[in-house]
Design a protein around this ligand. Structure first.
Ligand code: SF4
Length: 205
């Protein structure tokens, strides 16, 4: 059972770089998959990040006026209780839910924990591990060709990752820290690192 909290690496409200429309992106902390070549190793540990009230994230998302949430990682389905609560609370407020997972849908469906509740509150599931040797060259949002867009509801049926462009959201905060969202390939990451003087970037599952 969840205590109403979720362990997150980062929350970014009001981004257009993580799916259709204006979204709140939530990077779950902890990933048991640890794909070779993942550029988010800082999200691997389940003990890092911030322990944050689920309802606080949803309330802030609603007040920002976003269309929905994008749950990325880390691995959202490593926290099935909190993920189920977060996705359900978001849908109760009329928000759409897109979730990325390094696990395949068929595998998630065999679980006997609250993963089924979590999936029941997801509109679009993007599944499959990142495969560095199988780089995606055509579709937006995903890093490798094996990853699938599975519409669990009709909400995002018109979203076509093969015809939309990847967007990148770069924010420089008052303290000089830099937030990056969206997908960049190796060339883009290198260019951004040169531009900002940092190598810290983020990729979805
Ligand atoms: S790509 Fe996603 S699923 Fe794979 S190790 Fe990185 S965070 Fe985990």
């Amino acid at each position: 059972m969840t205590d109403g909290y979720i362990r997150v690496g980062r929350v970014l409200h009001g981004t257009t770089a993580e799916g259709p429309g204006l979204r709140t992106a939530i990077w779950f902390q902890g990933c048991s998959i640890q794909c070779k070549g993942c550029i988010n190793p800082h999200l691997f540990s389940p003990r890092g990040g911030n322990y944050t009230p689920v309802l606080e994230i949803v309330e802030q998302a609603v007040s920002t006026g976003v269309e929905g949430l994008t749950l990325i990682g880390g691995e959202p389905f490593d926290q099935p209780d909190a993920g189920a609560e977060l996705a359900s609370a978001a849908q109760d407020q009329g928000l759409g839910v897109i979730a990325f997972s390094g696990y395949e849908y068929e595998s998630l469906r065999t679980r006997e924990d609250r993963t089924s509740d979590f999936l029941a509150s997801v509109d679009l599931l993007v599944d499959g591990p990142y495969q560095a040797w199988n780089a995606e060259t055509r579709r937006a949002l995903v890093g490798s060709g094996n990853q699938r867009f599975l519409h669990l509801t009709d909400r995002y049926k018109t979203y076509r990752p093969e015809i939309v462009a990847n967007r990148v959201d770069v924010r420089v905060r008052a303290d000089g820290s830099i937030d990056v969202a969206g997908f960049l390939d190796a060339k883009g990451l290198s260019a951004l690192a040169d531009l900002t003087g940092t190598s810290r970037t983020y990729r979805k599952a």
